[in-house]
Design a protein around this ligand. Structure first.
Ligand code: KG4
Ligand code: ZN
Length: 345
């Protein structure tokens, strides 16, 4: 039923948080990747789940329609529809899941459920026509840093992923966002901190670094140390944040990157792996990207850094993950339901 054409064309749908995205991948090559961001959350300083699911409901049909048109294909050509089953916001996941199930049923397409975290890592395996790119060799060590997760994983040849370390409390993206909020920066704070940090002194202030065993991370202590530092300084000078914003951002960013790189270095040393990448929204951070490039030189790593548009949430990574699952014959059926806390298997 699913393999009557030579080409394998996968439609990917991402709706785990506040971006509605659809993408088309043909035989592993990206044909289109369309995104609708939701500005509605900005004024609330964070994603409002109820508003997110309503916006997905409005966006999903035009976004899918656009992705199909831009890819220059028709719905009949699609072999399978891949969707984010989790982790994420349940109401948001429900929109993408229900849409994909309906489409697969109506058009007799394969249905493929995708883990959002795994997909961030698979973003390294997307080919694009006209672009020279290398995909990672195996085993591949990847630092997955997003708004909700911070994990160190090893991917083997069969594309199975093993988590070897993770945060015991906040994620790195959360540390960026929460500390940014304390400085009255708009949501999401990560990109704002990144921008301001470029003009600040990373050595201006020192913040607490965690002592956590093995390959695990912790970011809640940093957030608390940042909060107390600001509170104390603001008591002495109410303009402290305003007057020192760039230095605060640069110092905060440096601390987060130091914490991330220390465990990545340890993992690289202990596993002996030299094929090393970053993935997830925080991998868009310019300081983290530079730190990776420096390590390539000083530690002999071969580093893989996704393009900006493939770092943050996007459907291209869902479509490529769907393509690889399609090749393995791993399909879902109509009983599949979203899983807001779905872990990497
Ligand atoms: O992967 P992602 O788009 O969504 C989740 O699955 O969580 O990651 C979003 C996170 C947010 O915390 C955001 O602040 C952070 O990625 N982020 C950044 C940058 N761009 C996005 N953090 C630091 N620097 C950036 N340039
Ligand atoms: Zn994500």
């Amino acid at each position: 039923m699913y393999s009557d054409s030579k080409d394998i064309i996968i439609l990917g749908i991402e709706s785990s948080c506040d971006d509605t995205s659809a993408a088309i991948v043909r035989n592993g090559y990206l044909l289109s990747n369309v995104m609708a961001n939701q500005d509605v959350h900005r004024k609330y300083g964070g994603v409002v789940p109820e508003l997110a699911s309503r916006a997905h409901q409005n966006n999903i049909i035009p976004v899918v329609d656009n992705a199909v048109k831009l890819a220059g294909i028709s719905l009949e050509d699609i072999s399978g529809v891949a969707f984010t089953r989790g982790p994420g916001l349940l109401g948001s996941l429900l929109v993408g899941t229900s849409f994909a199930k309906g489409m697969a049923l109506a058009r007799d397409m394969a249905l493929i459920d995708i883990n959002h975290l795994q997909a961030h890592i698979l973003a390294h395996f997307i080919y694009e026509k006209g672009k020279e790119q290398e995909i990672p060799g195996f085993p591949f060590l990847c630092l997955l840093v997003s708004g909700g997760h911070t994990q160190l994983v090893v991917m083997k040849e069969d594309m199975n992923i093993k988590v070897i370390g993770q945060t015991i409390d906040d994620a790195a993206g959360e540390a960026f966002d929460k500390c940014a909020k304390l400085m009255n920066l708009p949501y999401p704070g990560g990109p704002e901190v990144d921008k301001l940090a470029k003009e600040g002194d990373p050595e201006a202030f020192k913040f607490a670094k965690p002592r956590i065993k093995d390959f695990d991370y912790s970011f809640s202590g940093l957030k608390t140390s940042f909060l107390y530092f600001l509170r104390d300084e603001m008591r002495k000078d109410t303009a402290f944040i305003e007057d020192n914003k760039k230095d605060l951002c640069a110092s905060l960013q440096k601390t987060i990157i130091d914490i991330l790189m220390k465990k990545l270095e340890l993992a690289a040393r202990e596993t002996g792996i030299k094929e090393i990448g970053i993935a997830g929204g925080v991998s868009a951070n310019s300081g983290l990207r530079n730190a990776m490039l420096e390590h390539a030189g000083s530690h002999g790593w071969k580093v893989y850094i996704p393009e900006f548009r493939l770092s943050t949430d996007n459907a291209a990574m869902i479509a490529i993950s769907g393509y690889y699952k399609y090749l393995k014959g791993e399909f879902a059926d109509q009983s599949v339901a979203p899983d807001a806390r779905w872990k990497i298997q």
